[in-house]
Design a binder for this molecule. Structure first.
Ligand SMILES: Nc1ncnc2c1ncn2[C@@H]1O[C@H](COP(=O)(O)OP(=O)(O)OP(=O)(O)O)[C@@H](O)[C@H]1O
Length: 967
């Protein structure tokens, strides 16, 4: 926000004041924590430092204008004075410092963030590496453990098998060999002893059971004996009673009745059976005491066996003690190994215990005790059988041992391989660890470096910041002082501001008045300026006219070919659209300038002597050429030719439509007017001939035989003439019209398409003006050549071939010859190639001699013709620079003219007209009511060669024609 008093220029009367106060209020982004906050403005800072009002902008944060001087003074209490400029400068510096400080803080923050990022990355990397090491260690440990387990298992299996073999061998060979068992089986021996002890306990239990059973069996036998004895007694008793009964019966019945006998027989049978049973029982009875004895013997045997076993157990116990002693010795001997094994195989003990259990269960299954028991009965068959079985078992076990040994070897190999692998792994682990160490150390080093860089940068930044802060503080103090010094000025300014405010209230009225006054002054000034401008324009135009006049005079003096340009309006044939857009524009103030907007969008300027726009009328055009046309009345040779592409308006300009004729007709009419004006003093003969040049052939269009090819000839005097050319004297508009009509008719009969033909041929109207002064007899011979050239477009554009090509080439030849002639004339070359074409040859006098030449370049304004337009205008520009030299009148004194006429008459009398010309002349006279002269016309009529010697029809001319020329 800025307070600024703007002093408008129209308030120059008021007191001019400098800007009162300008607060930049720049809010540079400042980081507070993570948030970007706007920095307080310097005004806020210094206001706060000075202990001024907290909110200088009121509630809405917008700076309010102080309501009064007193209020403002209350708000800002100055202490010292200082200049306003110094204050502004200090304030600006303070702002810059502030922004620098912000920048530094921001940089420090960025560095801190970077350091933090690096640290975090480092920690992350460290953790990652640690985790990797942990994982690798764990994997390695588990691998090692597995390998160790495997080794241990294999070792156990081997030990077990060894123990078994040893045990079996010991059983076969006896105890003696047991002593030589390998120390590796000590543990097994201990186990075996324990097992034997348990076996002994079991056997003792079995023995007691057997004794108890034996006791039971004895008591049962005694009971059985008693039962048998009582049964025998009862049976004996029954037998006796039966025998007594039989005796009784025999006694009571005698030997007679049958039934009784049968009953008796039956009883006797029963008795016999009972006696058999008794005898059987008695047979069996003495056997019982034998079995008992066997049993007793068996028991005894068992007891003995038991005793033996007890002894054996004792023996074994002693053995065990010995072995234990041996074991302790061995333990002592292998203390270190055991200690090592114990420490290494803590984890393996579990498995060992498991194996022990397995072994126990396995051993419990085997009938070892029985074997031993049976072994006690050395002599028994079963023992032998068991021995055989044991041997078989031994073989089997040996086989197994071999297998196990093989397995052991394989396992050993595997173990070795695994060990190598383990070693490798350990090596790798070590390498990894080393690498880790290196990485860690590098990281640590990097971290240290970063830390150092960071701390260094921070220190530096802090240092710089401190320095900056110090300088800022100093600046601030200076600014504060400056501000305090500025204060009185500020107060003054505030007062002035107040005053200005007062003025401001009166300002609208003042401004209204001033505006009114200014408006009046402005309108007056504008009026004056426009007047002045008008005057200037008038003067400019006058100057331009003067310039033109001088230019014309200069041109006249130099004899330059003058060039006019005429732009035809758009016609139906131009079509529509972009192609039909006009490319021509004009200068409003200079009628000699023309601009062509070429295809590149560039304006190309051409300077002509006069430019006729699309709106220019035939009259306007003729007005410009009128003076030139009438020159021929004074005896000048004048040549006007129209140049331009087909359809650009050449014919329109030269001939024009009957209702609005062109230069040809108007020129002749002007000649009539001019000659009529001079009729008191002068008598004029105006004759015309009409020609066309087509395909490099000259045709007389007024002739009864227009197809006759005329030739241009050089007279002995040096003049050019066309032998046999028809000349018609014209005296009125009607004569002109009829002459032109005849020419048109003849032209039309010679071609099929008039338009095309006219485009490809040059049409020439040659007007001869011969004047005789009635008083002095002086003679003037003027000539006016009016040429409508063929279309100037290039040959290749027409795309012609055959006859058309030849036609186009001929047109081109004429026009290019014209160009060459113009070029030579421009360059003032000694040789001008007039004879290169019929056209240039015919126009030689008009182009190169002392004639007045005008070229009217015709332009079709549409875009599609822009190239041809540019080429035509370029040619015209070149033509304009051609200097022909000052033109001169062709006048002859009466004597010279008479002499020349007489000479001509004399020569004419000697020569007879040619047959062709005579007949054509006759027919011409008959055809036309005009007076027709058959003569060889001098085209150039330059110098004194007005008439050619063979002009046989001169007699038809008025007498004054025979006057001599005045030079
Ligand atoms: N100033 C003009 N005002 C009105 N119409 C014009 C003007 N100039 C030319 N024209 C018209 O343009 C057409 C072509 O003009 P003109 O025949 O004169 O061209 P040209 O150059 O003589 O062609 P060519 O070379 O074929 O003879 C005609 O129809 C003519 O009436």
């Amino acid at each position: 926000m800025a307070y600024q008093v703007v002093t408008p220029s129209h308030m120059m009367g008021l007191k001019h004041r400098e800007p009162v106060f300008k607060t930049p209020m720049t809010f540079s982004p400042r980081l507070v924590g993570e948030q970007a906050r706007p920095s307080p403005s310097r005004v806020d800072v210094w206001r706060e430092q000075l202990g001024l009002d907290d909110d200088p902008y009121g509630c809405n944060g917008q700076p309010d204008m102080p309501s009064s001087d007193e209020e403002e003074l209350e708000q800002y209490q100055p202490q010292e004075t200082c200049s306003m400029i110094e204050y502004q400068a200090l304030k600006k510096e303070l702002e810059e410092r502030n922004s620098q400080r912000d920048e530094l803080l921001y940089k420090i923050k960025m560095l801190n963030d970077k350091g933090k990022n690096y640290k975090a990355r480092l920690v992350k990397e460290e953790n990652n590496k640690k985790q990797q090491i942990k994982i690798m260690r764990k994997t390695h440990e588990s691998h090692l453990e597995a390998k160790q387990n495997l080794v241990q298992n294999l070792q156990d299996v081997i030990d077990e098998q060894e123990a078994k073999i040893f045990q079996l061998e010991a059983e076969i060979k006896g105890d003696a060999s047991r002593r030589s068992k390998p120390p590796s089986a000590v543990n097994k021996l201990v186990d075996q002893i324990q097992h034997l002890e348990s076996e002994k306990a079991e056997l003792t239990g079995q023995l007691l059971t057997a004794q108890a059973e034996l006791q039971n069996f004895r008591s049962e036998k005694e009971e059985q004996d008693r039962t048998t004895k009582s049964a025998i007694n009862k049976l004996e008793k029954d037998n006796r009673s039966l025998q007594e009964e039989v005796v009784g019966l025999r006694n009571s019945q005698g030997n007679g009745s049958t039934d009784t006998e049968k009953q008796l027989l039956k009883l006797e049978q029963d008795c016999d059976r009972l006696q058999r049973e008794l005898s059987e029982s008695r047979r069996l009875q003495p056997k019982q005491p034998y079995n008992y004895a066997a049993e007793n013997a068996k028991i005894k045997k068992l007891e003995e066996e038991n005793e033996h076993l007890k002894n054996r157990v004792l023996e074994l116990e002693t053995d065990c003690a010995i072995k234990q002693k041996e074991l302790s010795d061995l333990k002592l001997k292998h203390k270190e190994d055991i200690h090592r094994l114990t420490s290494e195989n803590v984890g393996v003990n579990k498995q060992l215990r498991q194996m022990r259990q397995d072994l126990t269960s396995q051993q419990s299954k085997e009938p070892q005790v029985h074997t031993k028991v049976e072994k006690v009965e050395v002599e028994s068959e079963a023992s032998k059988k068991a021995l055989a079985e044991a041997m078989a078992e031994k073989d089997k076990l040996r086989n197994q041992i071999t297998t196990y040994q093989r397995m052991y070897n394989d396992s050993n190999k595997q173990l070795t391989a695994e060990k190598i692998k383990v070693t490798d792994l350990e090596k790798r682990l070590k390498e990894y660890e080393k690498q880790m160490e290196v990485v860690k150390s590098e990281m640590m080093r990097e971290m240290k470096q970063l830390e150092q860089t960071k701390s260094h940068a921070v220190d530096q930044a802090a240092k710089r910041a401190e320095e900056k802060m110090m300088s800022l503080n100093a600046n601030y103090t200076r600014a504060k002082l400056g501000l305090q010094m500025l204060w009185p000025q500020f107060t003054q300014l505030v007062k002035e501001h107040k005053a200005l405010k007062k003025d401001m209230s009166a300002f609208p009225l003042l401004i209204k008045q001033t505006v009114g006054m200014t408006l009046k002054e402005i309108s007056k000034a504008v009026h004056n300026v426009s007047e002045y401008n008008k005057e200037l324009v008038r003067k400019y135009k006058k100057e331009m006219q003067l310039r033109k006049k001088y230019h014309n005079e200069l041109v006249e003096l130099k004899g330059n070919i003058r060039v006019f340009c005429r732009v035809r309006p758009n016609i139906r044939e131009d079509g529509s659209g972009q192609q039909a857009q006009s490319v021509v524009s004009y200068d409003q103030d200079d009628d000699g300038l023309l601009f062509i907007n070429n295809k590149g969008g560039r304006l190309q300027t051409f300077e002509m002597d006069k430019v006729f726009t699309e709106d220019s009328t035939q009259t306007e055009v003729f007005d410009e050429v009128k003076a030139l046309v009438t020159c021929c009345v004074d005896g000048y040779n004048v040549c006007i030719f129209a140049y331009g592409q087909t359809g650009s308006g050449k014919t329109y300009t030269m001939e024009g439509p009957s209702e609005d004729p062109g230069i040809n007709q108007r020129g002749l009419m002007e000649l009539f007017r001019e000659t009529a004006d001079r009729a008191l003093e002068w008598q004029y003969d105006i004759t015309v001939s009409v020609m066309e040049i087509y395909n490099e052939m000259i045709r007389d269009l007024l002739s009864s035989d227009p197809s006759y090819k005329m030739e241009v000839k050089m007279s002995p005097e040096g003049g050019l003439y066309v032998p046999g050319l028809t000349t018609i004297r014209v005296q009125s508009v009607e004569d002109i019209n009829e002459t032109f009509a005849l020419g048109h008719r003849n032209r039309a009969t010679a071609c099929t398409n008039m338009n095309e033909h006219s485009s490809r041929s040059h049409a020439l109207l040659c007007v001869n003006v011969i004047g005789r002064n009635k008083t002095t007899g002086a003679k003037t011979v003027g000539k006016l050549n009016l040429v409508d050239l063929a279309g100037s477009e290039r040959v290749n554009k027409s795309g012609a071939d055959g006859a058309r090509l030849k036609e186009a080439q001929n047109i081109n030849k004429s026009l290019s010859s014209l160009g060459d002639v113009i070029q030579s004339l421009r360059n003032k070359q000694a040789h001008v190639p007039y004879r290169n074409s019929k056209l240039t040859y015919l126009l030689q006098d008009s182009l190169g001699g002392d004639s007045k030449t005008l070229m009217i370049v015709q332009v079709a304004p549409v875009e599609k013709n822009v190239n041809e337009t540019l080429s035509s205008l370029s040619f015209a520009q070149r033509v304009r620079t051609v200097e022909l030299g000052m033109a001169s009148k062709k006048t002859e004194s009466s004597e010279v003219a008479d002499l020349k006429e007489r000479l001509a008459q004399y020569e004419g009398g000697r020569s007879t007209p040619t047959k062709g010309t005579s007949s054509r002349a006759t027919s011409a006279v008959k055809r036309n009511k005009f007076t027709v002269f058959y003569r060889t016309t001098s085209i150039g009529a330059g110098g004194t060669h007005g008439f050619s010697p063979d002009l046989h029809v001169l007699l038809a001319q008025p007498p004054h024609h025979r006057y001599g020329f005045s030079s």
